[in-house]
Design a protein around this ligand. Structure first.
Ligand code: UN1
Length: 498
Protein backbone atom coordinates (compact mmCIF):
# COMPACT_ATOMS: atom_id res chain seq x y z
CA UNK A 1 0.00 0.00 0.00
CA UNK A 2 1.35 3.49 -0.83
CA UNK A 3 2.37 5.67 2.10
CA UNK A 4 -0.44 7.91 3.39
CA UNK A 5 -0.13 11.57 2.42
CA UNK A 6 -0.95 14.49 4.65
CA UNK A 7 -2.81 17.10 2.67
CA UNK A 8 -3.36 20.72 3.62
CA UNK A 9 -5.84 23.33 2.49
CA UNK A 10 -4.90 25.25 -0.64
CA UNK A 11 -5.43 28.96 -0.06
CA UNK A 12 -3.92 31.92 -1.90
CA UNK A 13 -1.47 29.68 -3.74
CA UNK A 14 -0.13 28.11 -0.50
CA UNK A 15 -0.67 24.73 1.15
CA UNK A 16 -1.70 25.68 4.68
CA UNK A 17 -2.91 23.96 7.83
CA UNK A 18 -6.42 24.69 9.02
CA UNK A 19 -6.93 27.24 11.78
CA UNK A 20 -8.37 24.36 13.84
CA UNK A 21 -5.19 22.28 13.63
CA UNK A 22 -7.47 19.24 13.46
CA UNK A 23 -7.33 16.48 10.86
CA UNK A 24 -9.43 13.55 9.72
CA UNK A 25 -8.60 10.28 7.99
CA UNK A 26 -9.56 9.23 4.50
CA UNK A 27 -9.65 5.43 4.07
CA UNK A 28 -10.23 3.08 1.15
CA UNK A 29 -13.80 1.68 1.19
CA UNK A 30 -12.53 -1.53 -0.44
CA UNK A 31 -9.94 -2.05 2.28
CA UNK A 32 -10.10 0.10 5.38
CA UNK A 33 -6.51 -0.82 6.28
CA UNK A 34 -5.49 1.41 3.39
CA UNK A 35 -5.13 4.99 4.65
CA UNK A 36 -4.99 7.38 1.70
CA UNK A 37 -4.14 10.34 3.86
CA UNK A 38 -5.29 12.84 6.43
CA UNK A 39 -7.05 16.12 5.67
CA UNK A 40 -7.77 19.37 7.44
CA UNK A 41 -10.94 19.56 9.47
CA UNK A 42 -11.41 23.21 8.68
CA UNK A 43 -13.85 25.80 9.96
CA UNK A 44 -15.23 29.24 9.09
CA UNK A 45 -11.85 30.92 9.64
CA UNK A 46 -10.35 28.91 6.79
CA UNK A 47 -13.30 29.79 4.57
CA UNK A 48 -12.70 33.46 5.44
CA UNK A 49 -9.06 33.19 4.42
CA UNK A 50 -9.95 31.42 1.17
CA UNK A 51 -12.61 33.98 0.28
CA UNK A 52 -10.21 36.86 1.01
CA UNK A 53 -7.61 35.28 -1.29
CA UNK A 54 -10.18 34.64 -4.01
CA UNK A 55 -11.56 38.18 -3.78
CA UNK A 56 -8.06 39.65 -4.09
CA UNK A 57 -7.24 37.40 -7.05
CA UNK A 58 -10.49 38.33 -8.78
CA UNK A 59 -9.31 41.93 -9.14
CA UNK A 60 -6.71 40.88 -11.70
CA UNK A 61 -7.99 37.52 -12.97
CA UNK A 62 -11.13 39.11 -14.42
CA UNK A 63 -8.90 41.40 -16.52
CA UNK A 64 -6.80 38.60 -18.00
CA UNK A 65 -8.06 38.22 -21.59
CA UNK A 66 -10.36 35.20 -21.79
CA UNK A 67 -8.27 33.50 -24.54
CA UNK A 68 -5.29 33.67 -22.17
CA UNK A 69 -7.33 32.22 -19.35
CA UNK A 70 -8.26 29.53 -21.86
CA UNK A 71 -4.62 28.72 -22.53
CA UNK A 72 -4.01 28.25 -18.80
CA UNK A 73 -7.02 25.95 -18.55
CA UNK A 74 -5.72 24.07 -21.58
CA UNK A 75 -2.40 23.66 -19.81
CA UNK A 76 -4.17 22.38 -16.68
CA UNK A 77 -5.97 19.78 -18.79
CA UNK A 78 -2.71 18.70 -20.39
CA UNK A 79 -1.10 18.27 -16.96
CA UNK A 80 -4.10 16.27 -15.81
CA UNK A 81 -3.80 14.12 -18.92
CA UNK A 82 -0.14 13.47 -18.08
CA UNK A 83 -1.08 12.57 -14.48
CA UNK A 84 -4.22 10.66 -15.46
CA UNK A 85 -3.15 7.22 -14.24
CA UNK A 86 -1.80 8.31 -10.88
CA UNK A 87 -4.79 10.60 -10.18
CA UNK A 88 -7.20 7.80 -11.16
CA UNK A 89 -5.44 5.24 -8.96
CA UNK A 90 -5.78 7.53 -5.94
CA UNK A 91 -9.41 8.19 -6.83
CA UNK A 92 -10.17 4.47 -6.84
CA UNK A 93 -8.47 4.14 -3.48
CA UNK A 94 -10.52 6.89 -1.89
CA UNK A 95 -13.85 6.37 -3.63
CA UNK A 96 -13.87 2.69 -4.56
CA UNK A 97 -15.15 2.67 -8.13
CA UNK A 98 -13.21 0.45 -10.50
CA UNK A 99 -10.09 1.82 -12.14
CA UNK A 100 -11.55 1.84 -15.67
CA UNK A 101 -14.25 4.16 -14.34
CA UNK A 102 -11.95 6.47 -12.38
CA UNK A 103 -9.92 6.82 -15.59
CA UNK A 104 -13.19 7.91 -17.20
CA UNK A 105 -13.82 10.35 -14.36
CA UNK A 106 -10.38 11.93 -14.83
CA UNK A 107 -10.92 11.96 -18.60
CA UNK A 108 -14.20 13.80 -18.11
CA UNK A 109 -12.29 16.51 -16.21
CA UNK A 110 -9.66 16.69 -18.97
CA UNK A 111 -12.42 17.05 -21.57
CA UNK A 112 -14.13 19.75 -19.50
CA UNK A 113 -10.90 21.73 -19.51
CA UNK A 114 -10.44 21.40 -23.27
CA UNK A 115 -14.01 22.51 -23.83
CA UNK A 116 -13.76 25.46 -21.41
CA UNK A 117 -10.44 26.51 -22.93
CA UNK A 118 -12.09 26.86 -26.33
CA UNK A 119 -14.81 28.92 -24.73
CA UNK A 120 -12.11 31.53 -24.07
CA UNK A 121 -12.45 32.50 -27.72
CA UNK A 122 -16.25 32.47 -27.66
CA UNK A 123 -18.05 33.48 -24.43
CA UNK A 124 -20.55 34.86 -26.87
CA UNK A 125 -22.60 37.91 -26.08
CA UNK A 126 -25.36 39.09 -28.37
CA UNK A 127 -25.59 42.02 -30.71
CA UNK A 128 -29.01 43.27 -31.70
CA UNK A 129 -30.32 46.27 -33.66
CA UNK A 130 -31.69 49.13 -31.57
CA UNK A 131 -34.69 51.32 -32.26
CA UNK A 132 -32.93 54.69 -32.48
CA UNK A 133 -30.63 55.75 -35.35
CA UNK A 134 -26.89 56.02 -34.76
CA UNK A 135 -26.99 54.00 -31.61
CA UNK A 136 -25.47 50.58 -30.88
CA UNK A 137 -26.77 47.84 -28.59
CA UNK A 138 -25.05 44.70 -27.36
CA UNK A 139 -25.33 42.31 -24.42
CA UNK A 140 -22.09 41.10 -22.86
CA UNK A 141 -21.23 38.61 -20.14
CA UNK A 142 -19.46 39.75 -17.00
CA UNK A 143 -17.91 37.50 -14.35
CA UNK A 144 -19.67 37.43 -11.01
CA UNK A 145 -16.72 37.30 -8.60
CA UNK A 146 -15.98 34.60 -6.04
CA UNK A 147 -17.86 31.35 -6.68
CA UNK A 148 -18.29 28.52 -4.19
CA UNK A 149 -18.41 24.87 -5.17
CA UNK A 150 -19.64 22.11 -2.86
CA UNK A 151 -19.00 18.80 -4.58
CA UNK A 152 -19.96 15.14 -4.08
CA UNK A 153 -17.91 11.96 -3.73
CA UNK A 154 -19.25 9.97 -6.67
CA UNK A 155 -17.39 11.91 -9.38
CA UNK A 156 -14.49 13.22 -7.29
CA UNK A 157 -12.74 15.17 -10.07
CA UNK A 158 -15.21 15.35 -13.00
CA UNK A 159 -17.82 17.28 -11.04
CA UNK A 160 -15.33 19.76 -9.50
CA UNK A 161 -13.95 20.29 -13.01
CA UNK A 162 -17.31 20.96 -14.62
CA UNK A 163 -18.04 23.56 -11.98
CA UNK A 164 -14.59 25.18 -11.78
CA UNK A 165 -13.40 25.31 -15.39
CA UNK A 166 -16.47 27.23 -16.64
CA UNK A 167 -16.34 29.57 -13.63
CA UNK A 168 -12.66 30.27 -14.33
CA UNK A 169 -12.94 30.82 -18.06
CA UNK A 170 -15.63 33.40 -17.39
CA UNK A 171 -13.18 35.32 -15.16
CA UNK A 172 -14.34 34.23 -11.71
CA UNK A 173 -12.28 32.87 -8.85
CA UNK A 174 -13.20 29.75 -6.86
CA UNK A 175 -13.41 28.30 -3.38
CA UNK A 176 -14.16 24.58 -3.38
CA UNK A 177 -15.15 22.27 -0.56
CA UNK A 178 -14.72 18.68 -1.70
CA UNK A 179 -16.81 15.85 -0.28
CA UNK A 180 -15.28 14.67 3.00
CA UNK A 181 -15.00 11.16 1.54
CA UNK A 182 -13.02 12.17 -1.56
CA UNK A 183 -10.80 15.19 -0.89
CA UNK A 184 -7.60 13.67 -2.33
CA UNK A 185 -8.90 13.94 -5.89
CA UNK A 186 -9.59 17.66 -5.45
CA UNK A 187 -6.19 18.13 -3.77
CA UNK A 188 -4.67 16.56 -6.89
CA UNK A 189 -6.74 18.95 -8.98
CA UNK A 190 -5.31 21.90 -6.99
CA UNK A 191 -1.79 20.61 -7.69
CA UNK A 192 -2.66 20.65 -11.37
CA UNK A 193 -3.75 24.30 -11.19
CA UNK A 194 -0.60 25.12 -9.26
CA UNK A 195 1.65 23.47 -11.83
CA UNK A 196 -0.23 25.17 -14.67
CA UNK A 197 0.71 28.52 -13.10
CA UNK A 198 -2.68 29.83 -12.03
CA UNK A 199 -2.12 33.03 -10.03
CA UNK A 200 -2.44 32.68 -6.22
CA UNK A 201 -6.02 32.85 -4.99
CA UNK A 202 -7.70 32.06 -8.30
CA UNK A 203 -8.50 28.56 -7.02
CA UNK A 204 -8.76 27.64 -3.35
CA UNK A 205 -9.67 24.43 -1.53
CA UNK A 206 -10.95 24.11 2.02
CA UNK A 207 -11.59 20.57 3.29
CA UNK A 208 -13.89 19.55 6.12
CA UNK A 209 -17.49 18.80 6.97
CA UNK A 210 -20.49 20.22 5.21
CA UNK A 211 -22.16 21.42 8.37
CA UNK A 212 -19.15 23.61 9.18
CA UNK A 213 -17.27 24.46 5.97
CA UNK A 214 -20.24 24.20 3.60
CA UNK A 215 -22.39 26.26 5.94
CA UNK A 216 -19.70 28.93 6.26
CA UNK A 217 -19.48 29.15 2.47
CA UNK A 218 -23.21 29.52 2.00
CA UNK A 219 -23.36 32.22 4.66
CA UNK A 220 -20.24 34.08 3.54
CA UNK A 221 -21.13 37.48 2.05
CA UNK A 222 -17.99 37.37 -0.10
CA UNK A 223 -19.17 34.31 -2.06
CA UNK A 224 -21.54 35.31 -4.84
CA UNK A 225 -22.63 31.94 -6.19
CA UNK A 226 -22.94 28.44 -4.77
CA UNK A 227 -22.92 25.44 -7.06
CA UNK A 228 -23.89 22.22 -5.33
CA UNK A 229 -24.22 18.59 -6.34
CA UNK A 230 -25.43 16.15 -3.72
CA UNK A 231 -28.44 14.91 -1.81
CA UNK A 232 -31.94 16.32 -2.02
CA UNK A 233 -32.00 16.94 1.71
CA UNK A 234 -28.81 19.03 1.80
CA UNK A 235 -29.58 20.68 -1.52
CA UNK A 236 -32.94 21.92 -0.33
CA UNK A 237 -31.43 23.18 2.91
CA UNK A 238 -28.63 25.07 1.13
CA UNK A 239 -31.11 26.34 -1.45
CA UNK A 240 -33.25 27.98 1.17
CA UNK A 241 -30.20 29.46 2.93
CA UNK A 242 -28.95 30.86 -0.38
CA UNK A 243 -32.40 32.27 -1.13
CA UNK A 244 -32.37 34.11 2.21
CA UNK A 245 -28.91 35.44 1.45
CA UNK A 246 -30.00 36.44 -2.07
CA UNK A 247 -27.29 34.22 -3.51
CA UNK A 248 -27.85 32.39 -6.81
CA UNK A 249 -27.68 28.64 -6.22
CA UNK A 250 -27.28 25.85 -8.72
CA UNK A 251 -28.47 22.46 -7.51
CA UNK A 252 -28.00 19.05 -9.06
CA UNK A 253 -29.71 16.59 -6.75
CA UNK A 254 -31.22 13.13 -6.97
CA UNK A 255 -32.44 10.84 -9.68
CA UNK A 256 -34.65 7.79 -10.02
CA UNK A 257 -33.75 7.13 -13.60
CA UNK A 258 -35.67 4.62 -15.66
CA UNK A 259 -34.75 2.51 -18.66
CA UNK A 260 -37.68 1.41 -20.80
CA UNK A 261 -37.31 -1.74 -22.89
CA UNK A 262 -40.02 -2.10 -25.54
CA UNK A 263 -41.11 -5.41 -27.05
CA UNK A 264 -39.31 -4.63 -30.31
CA UNK A 265 -35.98 -3.74 -28.69
CA UNK A 266 -32.62 -5.30 -29.39
CA UNK A 267 -32.58 -7.29 -26.15
CA UNK A 268 -28.85 -8.05 -26.09
CA UNK A 269 -28.11 -4.35 -26.33
CA UNK A 270 -30.72 -3.47 -23.72
CA UNK A 271 -29.35 -6.07 -21.26
CA UNK A 272 -25.87 -4.67 -21.64
CA UNK A 273 -27.20 -1.15 -21.12
CA UNK A 274 -29.18 -2.13 -18.02
CA UNK A 275 -26.17 -3.82 -16.40
CA UNK A 276 -23.90 -0.88 -17.05
CA UNK A 277 -26.52 1.69 -16.05
CA UNK A 278 -27.55 -0.09 -12.85
CA UNK A 279 -24.28 -1.52 -11.54
CA UNK A 280 -21.59 0.70 -13.07
CA UNK A 281 -20.07 2.88 -10.32
CA UNK A 282 -21.86 0.46 -7.93
CA UNK A 283 -25.06 2.32 -8.79
CA UNK A 284 -23.65 5.47 -7.22
CA UNK A 285 -24.35 7.90 -10.05
CA UNK A 286 -27.08 10.51 -10.07
CA UNK A 287 -27.71 9.14 -13.54
CA UNK A 288 -27.73 5.45 -12.52
CA UNK A 289 -30.50 3.21 -13.82
CA UNK A 290 -32.49 2.38 -10.74
CA UNK A 291 -35.72 1.41 -12.50
CA UNK A 292 -36.02 -0.98 -15.40
CA UNK A 293 -39.38 -0.74 -17.12
CA UNK A 294 -40.00 -3.83 -19.22
CA UNK A 295 -42.74 -4.47 -21.73
CA UNK A 296 -44.64 -7.56 -20.57
CA UNK A 297 -44.06 -9.37 -23.86
CA UNK A 298 -40.31 -9.51 -23.36
CA UNK A 299 -40.24 -9.38 -19.54
CA UNK A 300 -39.44 -13.03 -18.82
CA UNK A 301 -37.00 -13.52 -21.66
CA UNK A 302 -35.22 -10.28 -20.76
CA UNK A 303 -35.00 -11.19 -17.08
CA UNK A 304 -33.49 -14.57 -17.97
CA UNK A 305 -30.81 -12.86 -20.04
CA UNK A 306 -30.18 -10.18 -17.43
CA UNK A 307 -29.76 -12.66 -14.58
CA UNK A 308 -27.36 -14.76 -16.66
CA UNK A 309 -25.21 -11.73 -17.21
CA UNK A 310 -25.55 -10.36 -13.65
CA UNK A 311 -24.22 -13.67 -12.26
CA UNK A 312 -20.98 -13.07 -14.13
CA UNK A 313 -20.32 -9.62 -12.65
CA UNK A 314 -17.11 -9.57 -10.62
CA UNK A 315 -17.27 -7.50 -7.46
CA UNK A 316 -14.14 -6.47 -5.57
CA UNK A 317 -11.37 -3.96 -5.07
CA UNK A 318 -11.52 -1.46 -7.93
CA UNK A 319 -7.73 -1.42 -8.31
CA UNK A 320 -7.89 -4.97 -9.67
CA UNK A 321 -8.58 -4.58 -13.40
CA UNK A 322 -10.69 -7.73 -13.53
CA UNK A 323 -13.33 -6.38 -11.15
CA UNK A 324 -16.38 -4.73 -12.70
CA UNK A 325 -18.13 -3.47 -9.57
CA UNK A 326 -16.38 -1.84 -6.62
CA UNK A 327 -17.48 -1.32 -3.02
CA UNK A 328 -20.01 1.20 -1.83
CA UNK A 329 -18.30 4.42 -0.83
CA UNK A 330 -18.69 4.10 2.95
CA UNK A 331 -20.22 2.18 5.79
CA UNK A 332 -23.12 4.65 5.90
CA UNK A 333 -23.86 4.21 2.21
CA UNK A 334 -23.68 0.43 2.58
CA UNK A 335 -26.18 0.62 5.44
CA UNK A 336 -28.52 2.75 3.31
CA UNK A 337 -28.35 0.17 0.50
CA UNK A 338 -29.05 -2.70 2.90
CA UNK A 339 -31.87 -0.72 4.48
CA UNK A 340 -33.59 -0.26 1.12
CA UNK A 341 -33.07 -3.92 0.27
CA UNK A 342 -34.80 -4.74 3.52
CA UNK A 343 -37.65 -2.34 2.82
CA UNK A 344 -38.20 -3.90 -0.60
CA UNK A 345 -38.03 -7.45 0.78
CA UNK A 346 -40.80 -6.59 3.18
CA UNK A 347 -43.07 -4.99 0.65
CA UNK A 348 -45.40 -7.81 -0.28
CA UNK A 349 -45.42 -7.38 -4.03
CA UNK A 350 -41.74 -7.26 -4.94
CA UNK A 351 -39.54 -10.30 -5.37
CA UNK A 352 -35.80 -10.43 -4.72
CA UNK A 353 -34.36 -12.34 -7.67
CA UNK A 354 -30.67 -11.55 -7.37
CA UNK A 355 -28.18 -10.51 -4.70
CA UNK A 356 -29.54 -8.71 -1.67
CA UNK A 357 -26.73 -9.12 0.82
CA UNK A 358 -23.53 -7.60 2.05
CA UNK A 359 -20.57 -9.53 0.62
CA UNK A 360 -18.46 -11.06 3.36
CA UNK A 361 -15.51 -13.39 3.79
CA UNK A 362 -11.86 -12.92 2.85
CA UNK A 363 -10.97 -9.49 1.53
CA UNK A 364 -14.64 -8.45 1.47
CA UNK A 365 -14.55 -8.16 5.25
CA UNK A 366 -12.15 -5.23 4.98
CA UNK A 367 -14.54 -3.16 2.88
CA UNK A 368 -18.17 -2.20 2.28
CA UNK A 369 -19.35 -4.49 -0.49
CA UNK A 370 -22.97 -5.06 -1.42
CA UNK A 371 -24.07 -7.62 -4.00
CA UNK A 372 -25.60 -6.25 -7.18
CA UNK A 373 -29.28 -6.66 -6.38
CA UNK A 374 -32.40 -7.02 -8.50
CA UNK A 375 -36.05 -6.95 -7.47
CA UNK A 376 -38.86 -7.83 -9.89
CA UNK A 377 -42.63 -7.30 -9.57
CA UNK A 378 -41.99 -3.78 -8.29
CA UNK A 379 -44.97 -1.46 -8.62
CA UNK A 380 -44.74 2.29 -9.29
CA UNK A 381 -45.71 3.53 -5.84
CA UNK A 382 -43.39 1.27 -3.86
CA UNK A 383 -40.58 3.01 -2.01
CA UNK A 384 -38.01 1.18 -4.11
CA UNK A 385 -39.59 2.71 -7.20
CA UNK A 386 -39.76 6.20 -5.73
CA UNK A 387 -36.77 6.87 -3.46
CA UNK A 388 -33.17 7.22 -4.55
CA UNK A 389 -30.98 4.45 -3.07
CA UNK A 390 -27.66 5.45 -4.65
CA UNK A 391 -26.45 1.86 -4.65
CA UNK A 392 -26.44 -1.31 -6.77
CA UNK A 393 -30.15 -1.99 -6.39
CA UNK A 394 -32.34 -2.31 -9.47
CA UNK A 395 -36.15 -2.26 -9.40
CA UNK A 396 -37.88 -3.99 -12.32
CA UNK A 397 -41.41 -2.91 -13.28
CA UNK A 398 -43.66 -4.53 -15.87
CA UNK A 399 -45.87 -2.55 -18.29
CA UNK A 400 -48.21 -3.49 -21.10
CA UNK A 401 -47.85 -0.56 -23.50
CA UNK A 402 -45.65 2.33 -24.57
CA UNK A 403 -48.05 4.82 -22.97
CA UNK A 404 -47.92 2.98 -19.65
CA UNK A 405 -44.12 2.82 -19.85
CA UNK A 406 -43.88 6.60 -20.20
CA UNK A 407 -46.41 7.13 -17.42
CA UNK A 408 -44.47 4.85 -15.06
CA UNK A 409 -41.15 6.43 -16.02
CA UNK A 410 -42.50 9.90 -15.29
CA UNK A 411 -44.12 8.85 -12.03
CA UNK A 412 -41.34 10.08 -9.75
CA UNK A 413 -40.38 13.33 -8.09
CA UNK A 414 -37.09 13.34 -10.04
CA UNK A 415 -36.21 13.93 -13.68
CA UNK A 416 -32.51 13.62 -14.42
CA UNK A 417 -31.77 10.86 -16.93
CA UNK A 418 -33.88 8.36 -18.85
CA UNK A 419 -33.59 5.80 -21.58
CA UNK A 420 -35.67 3.85 -24.07
CA UNK A 421 -34.67 0.81 -26.06
CA UNK A 422 -36.78 0.40 -29.18
CA UNK A 423 -36.20 -0.13 -32.88
CA UNK A 424 -39.32 1.92 -33.64
CA UNK A 425 -38.33 5.44 -34.63
CA UNK A 426 -41.82 6.80 -33.98
CA UNK A 427 -41.78 5.56 -30.39
CA UNK A 428 -38.27 6.89 -29.90
CA UNK A 429 -39.32 10.39 -30.90
CA UNK A 430 -42.49 10.23 -28.81
CA UNK A 431 -40.33 9.25 -25.84
CA UNK A 432 -37.97 12.17 -26.47
CA UNK A 433 -41.01 14.43 -26.49
CA UNK A 434 -42.88 12.98 -23.50
CA UNK A 435 -40.30 11.89 -20.96
CA UNK A 436 -39.92 14.42 -18.14
CA UNK A 437 -36.15 14.48 -17.73
CA UNK A 438 -33.12 16.60 -18.51
CA UNK A 439 -31.48 13.77 -20.45
CA UNK A 440 -32.96 11.03 -22.65
CA UNK A 441 -30.97 8.27 -24.31
CA UNK A 442 -32.32 6.21 -27.19
CA UNK A 443 -30.84 2.71 -27.32
CA UNK A 444 -28.24 3.62 -24.72
CA UNK A 445 -28.17 3.39 -20.92
CA UNK A 446 -29.01 6.27 -18.59
CA UNK A 447 -25.36 7.01 -17.83
CA UNK A 448 -22.63 8.50 -19.98
CA UNK A 449 -23.32 12.19 -20.49
CA UNK A 450 -20.65 14.15 -22.37
CA UNK A 451 -19.27 17.45 -21.15
CA UNK A 452 -20.34 19.71 -23.98
CA UNK A 453 -24.09 19.10 -23.71
CA UNK A 454 -26.17 20.59 -20.89
CA UNK A 455 -26.33 18.36 -17.80
CA UNK A 456 -29.11 18.56 -15.23
CA UNK A 457 -32.68 17.62 -14.60
CA UNK A 458 -36.25 18.69 -14.13
CA UNK A 459 -38.64 18.41 -11.18
CA UNK A 460 -36.95 17.52 -7.85
CA UNK A 461 -33.59 16.90 -9.52
CA UNK A 462 -32.61 20.51 -9.71
CA UNK A 463 -33.62 24.14 -9.70
CA UNK A 464 -33.56 24.95 -13.38
CA UNK A 465 -29.84 25.42 -13.94
CA UNK A 466 -27.78 23.27 -16.27
CA UNK A 467 -24.15 22.37 -15.83
CA UNK A 468 -21.63 21.63 -18.59
CA UNK A 469 -22.08 22.71 -22.18
CA UNK A 470 -22.55 26.38 -22.99
CA UNK A 471 -25.51 26.65 -20.62
CA UNK A 472 -23.41 26.61 -17.46
CA UNK A 473 -22.02 30.03 -18.42
CA UNK A 474 -25.39 31.54 -17.60
CA UNK A 475 -24.75 30.63 -13.97
CA UNK A 476 -21.22 31.97 -13.84
CA UNK A 477 -21.82 35.27 -15.62
CA UNK A 478 -24.20 38.20 -15.39
CA UNK A 479 -25.54 39.78 -18.54
CA UNK A 480 -24.89 43.47 -19.07
CA UNK A 481 -26.74 45.37 -21.77
CA UNK A 482 -24.66 48.13 -23.31
CA UNK A 483 -25.97 51.08 -25.36
CA UNK A 484 -23.57 53.35 -27.22
CA UNK A 485 -24.84 56.59 -28.73
CA UNK A 486 -23.00 57.86 -31.78
CA UNK A 487 -25.70 60.34 -32.78
CA UNK A 488 -24.14 63.16 -30.77
CA UNK A 489 -27.48 64.06 -29.24
CA UNK A 490 -29.95 62.99 -26.59
CA UNK A 491 -32.32 60.43 -28.11
CA UNK A 492 -35.24 59.48 -25.90
CA UNK A 493 -36.16 55.82 -26.50
CA UNK A 494 -39.90 55.10 -26.75
CA UNK A 495 -40.59 58.85 -27.15
CA UNK A 496 -38.61 60.61 -29.89
CA UNK A 497 -39.21 57.84 -32.43
CA UNK A 498 -42.97 57.65 -31.87
C1 UN1 B 1 -23.39 12.10 -11.61
O1 UN1 B 1 -23.82 10.98 -11.49
O2 UN1 B 1 -23.54 12.94 -10.70
O3 UN1 B 1 -23.48 10.84 -17.30
C2 UN1 B 1 -22.62 12.55 -12.78
C3 UN1 B 1 -22.78 10.29 -16.45
C4 UN1 B 1 -21.48 10.93 -16.05
C5 UN1 B 1 -21.71 11.99 -15.03
C6 UN1 B 1 -22.53 11.54 -13.87
N1 UN1 B 1 -20.84 11.50 -17.20
O4 UN1 B 1 -23.13 9.24 -15.93
Amino acid sequence: MPEPKHFKNYIGGQWVESATGERYENRNPANTDDLIGTFCKSDARDVDAAVAAAAEAFKTWRLVPAPERGLMIMKASQILARRKEEVSQMMTREMGKVIAETRGDTQEAIDCGYYAAGEGRRLFGKHTPVEMPNKFGVAIRRPVGVCGMITPWNFPIAIPSWKMFPALIAGNTCVIKPATLTPASVANFMEVFEEAGFPPGVVNMVTGGGSVVGKAMVEHPGINRISFTGSVEIGNLLGSQCATAGKPFSAELGGKNGQIVMDDANLELAVEGALWGAFGTTGQRCTATSRLILHEKIHDEFMGMLLDRAKKLTVGNGLDEKNQVGPTVSEDQMKTDLYYIDVAKNEDKSKLVFGGKRLTGGDYDKGYFVEPTIFTEVTPKMRLAQEEVFGPVLAVLKVSSFEEAIEVLNDTEFGLSSSIYTENVNLAFKAIRDIEAGITYVNGPTIGAEVHLPFGGVKGTGNGHREAGWTVLDFYTEWKSVYVEYSGKLQRAQIDNK
